[in-house]
Design a protein around this ligand. Structure first.
Ligand code: SF4
Length: 291
């Protein structure tokens, strides 16, 4: 994975200070374990201040809004605010609000693709497809710079499917290094699975459901984690060195500790335990329970 500076250069790191609080207005949420109240799409969250800052930013989790800590716009918010709408907010120009809210989710999808493509381009084993990745990145960047009217109606699905084909080839190239590919758990239901100390090196965990899974001490090096649902998964002591297509939002949704090894472009979430987990017993490493 490239260093964080690389993503910053590509403007893929969210900059809430340059955004009109779009994720706090445009998107709906329902009262649940993730959000303390209902909110309809287009309604400003009751915690959003006039200056587009969150009034409970420092205490989202204890205030009942952990869902806000696991959302990443990949820089789409500031792109819509400052580029597409040229710095005119929905408060200053209410007549543009509806269009701005429609553009935001489209832009978020495109920026997410830019993130994956940028990461893929940094991977040495993916060199055979670097030229195609570069073309896809340039095309995706061009799409983000279309006018609001075009973006509002843009159907991302076909472009997303084409990029995904490319990312699949990258995954194969990365995971077939050295001793060959790891386990194939693409889309697997591993909710609550006991995978403590499991050997998941170079595993295909694309879109796997790992909600609440016990991954303490697991070996996830060079695993493909694109779209894997890690909510509540325990990554204490796990090794995610070289894991591909892992995002900050996925890490934020999981639990971990000081011993969890994470890719250099990502940040250890503040809510993770400061203490290291004890090493997993070897017997658990041999026979992980599968669901
Ligand atoms: S709680 Fe804060 S971060 Fe979450 S939607 Fe509301 S204003 Fe935004």
């Amino acid at each position: 994975m490239p260093p964080a500076d690389h993503f910053r250069e590509l403007e893929l790191l969210s900059d809430c200070g340059s955004c009109f609080g779009l994720c706090c207005v445009a998107l709906p949420f329902a009262a649940s374990a993730d959000f303390a109240a209902d909110k309809a799409a287009g309604d400003p969250c009751r915690n959003l201040r006039e200056d587009f800052r969150c009034s409970i930013h420092e205490r989202l989790r204890p205030s009942g809004y952990p869902g806000c800590t696991v959302f990443d716009c990949f820089g789409a918010g500031q792109k819509v605010s400052q580029v597409t709408f040229e710095g005119r907010s929905w408060r200053a120009a209410p007549e543009t609000a509806g269009q701005m809210y429609a553009v935001f989710p489209v832009m978020r999808q495109l920026h997410e693709l830019l993130w994956y493509l940028a990461e893929a381009l940094s991977l040495e084993p993916a060199r055979p497809v670097h030229a195609e990745l570069r073309r896809a990145l340039d095309e995706t960047d061009r799409l983000t710079r279309q006018d609001a009217g075009t973006l509002e109606k843009y159907d991302v699905a076909p472009h997303r499917a084409a990029v995904n084909e490319l990312l699949l080839r990258v995954s194969e190239l990365v995971r077939s290094q050295e001793k060959g590919r790891g386990k194939d758990r693409r889309g697997a239901d591993l909710i609550g699975a006991r995978l403590r100390g499991a050997d998941l090196r170079r595993a295909n965990l694309r879109g796997a459901y790992l909600i609440g899974a016990d991954l303490r001490g697991a070996d996830l090096r060079e695993a493909d984690l694109i779209g894997a649902d890690l909510r509540g998964a325990n990554l204490a002591g796990a090794d995610l060195t070289g894991a591909i297509f892992l995002t900050q939002a996925q890490l934020n949704a999981a639990a971990g500790d000081a011993a969890t090894r994470i890719p250099p472009a990502l940040t250890r979430p503040a809510h993770w335990s400061e203490t290291a987990a004890r090493p997993a017993p070897v017997r658990n490493a041999r026979r992980p329970r599968r669901r």
